[in-house]
Design a protein around this ligand. Structure first.
Ligand code: HAM
Length: 430
């Protein structure tokens, strides 16, 4: 019988990778907290109607990617494809904006039935921030969030690998007028377009601007620009965001073709993509303003702005090719002592905060030490008959061979001291 495989587009994350995932998650949590964002957790299963209109009846997600199903109760539910709409729902339901703007962040798996390929999965993880409420669309919030992302890239040392694209989609009325103009333009050039773009001419012409198809790119090059149809207020908003980004020293590329794949946006939209990925095939992070969303789902008229980053893609960017699991503090080698003594020693070390990996098997001690070294643990704990008789353990530092044999009760303190000394030494050598 063959092993039952995982679901297409959904994967296991092995221990060699989870360390980087956790590093990204903790850096993000710390970074979001620096700007006063508090964590919110919303359900993975939501009512399908929550997303349909908000993401766009003609969006790819709603048309073909939602994991929607009818529950035994007869309700149509779905696995959440994103978390902005649920976060706005949660904020409105609990009145989280009553003190002004609710600054929220979240992390977790999202589900879209896309065609799986590199960087594109059917279950993927997002970390995101949303600022919901306030009296007017404040461009400084947009800039604050872009600054949060920029700080996170620095914390994770990927700031030189990403670049920022921004655009302004205007107010809904400006965009509607633009959409009409664009449909007319593409209709005139219909025969030059690929089939997928042709199908979008009436319902979703702005997505043609974002197409990756060569024919569509050529036609889109001469399309009218939304910027020319923006009113004074929208233009001022864009200028103020750009001004704030200049003040924060964050370079950006103004990109008229950046329209985003979800319908709820207005005014500012932005994406961060890998530096050599000018077509933004696999954006690391995307977001923007959604001032009409709360009212659209039956909530009060709340302003909003946010972004979400794809954790799978961010980790791929952070990872070097030889990622290995986080090493333990020490590897324990039982070398002739009784099992119960070794178990007691390991538990006492763990009580003292030292992580212990028990080495399986036996054999030649030199070979076993070599294997312990390969695990990158800084220490080996060796317990032979002699150590057991004296009520001790031997703690050996792999880096320089320094070895101590403290009594069991002092083993954790000795281990911690040896680790701290070598960390100090490597710090001085830098
Ligand atoms: P989104 O652009 O659909 O926006 O997704 C945000 C990020 O999630 C993308 O930039 C990408 O890194 C990651 N992502 C999306 N789909 C996949 C996939 N199939 N596989 C791997 N990673 C993926 C949103 O979801 C909005 N809710 C963002 C937002 C927050 N706007 C305002 N607030």
């Amino acid at each position: 019988m063959t092993l039952i495989p995982s679901v297409r587009g959904m994967r296991d994350v092995p221990p060699a990778d989870t360390g980087e995932w956790r590093r990204a998650e903790s850096a993000a949590a710390a970074c979001f907290a620096l700007y006063g964002y508090g964590e919110i957790r919303t359900p993975i299963v939501e009512r399908a109607e929550l997303f349909r209109r908000q993401l766009g009846e003609h969006s790819d997600i709603v048309q073909k990617e939602m994991y929607a199903f009818v529950d035994l109760s007869g309700e149509e539910l779905c696995l959440r494809p994103e978390a902005t709409v649920p976060t706005v729902r949660a904020a409105a339901a609990a009145n989280l904006h009553r003190g002004g703007i609710a600054r929220l962040w979240y992390g977790g798996p999202m589900f879209r039935r896309e065609r799986p390929q590199k960087g594109r999965r059917r279950q993927f993880w997002q970390l995101g921030v949303e600022a919901i409420g306030g009296g007017a669309p404040d461009p400084e919030i947009d800039a604050e969030q872009i600054t949060i992302a920029a700080r996170l890239w620095k914390m994770l040392k990927v700031e030189n690998r990403v670049q920022l694209f921004i655009n302004n989609l205007g107010a809904p009325a400006e965009r509607a007028a633009y959409r009409r103009k664009l449909s007319e333009y593409f209709r005139r050039r219909e025969s030059d377009l690929d089939a997928a773009s042709r199908a979008r001419i009436s319902d979703n012409p702005m997505r043609i601007l974002d197409s990756k198809d060569a024919a569509a790119i050529a036609v889109a090059k001469d399309a009218p620009l939304l910027r020319e149809m923006l009113g004074a207020e929208s233009r001022r908003h864009l200028e103020r965001v750009q001004f704030a980004l200049d003040a924060a020293g964050i370079p950006f590329c103004e990109t008229p073709s950046l329209v985003r794949g979800l319908d709820y946006y207005n005014l500012t939209v932005f994406e961060w993509a890998e530096k050599d990925d000018d077509r933004r095939q696999n954006a690391i992070c995307g977001g923007g303003r959604y001032d009409g969303l709360s009212a659209q789902i039956g909530g009060p008229p709340l302003h909003g702005c946010g972004f979400a980053l794809g954790l799978d893609r961010l980790v791929a960017l952070m990872q070097n090719d030889n990622a290995v699991a986080d090493p333990p503090d020490c590897v324990l080698l039982a070398a002739g002592a009784n099992a119960d003594y070794c178990i007691r020693a390991a538990e006492m070390l763990r009580d003292g905060g030292i992580s212990v990996l028990r080495q399986d098997g036996g054999g030649n001690l030199a070979r076993r030490l070599k294997k312990a070294d390969a695990s990158r643990a800084p220490l080996a704990i060796i317990i032979g008959e002699d150590e057991e008789r004296r009520g001790e353990v031997s703690v050996k530092r792999m880096q320089d061979g320094v070895q101590h044999s403290p009594p069991l009760a002092e083993a954790a303190a000795t281990a911690a001291k040896l680790i701290a000394e070598s960390a100090n030494k490597s710090g001085q050598n830098k």
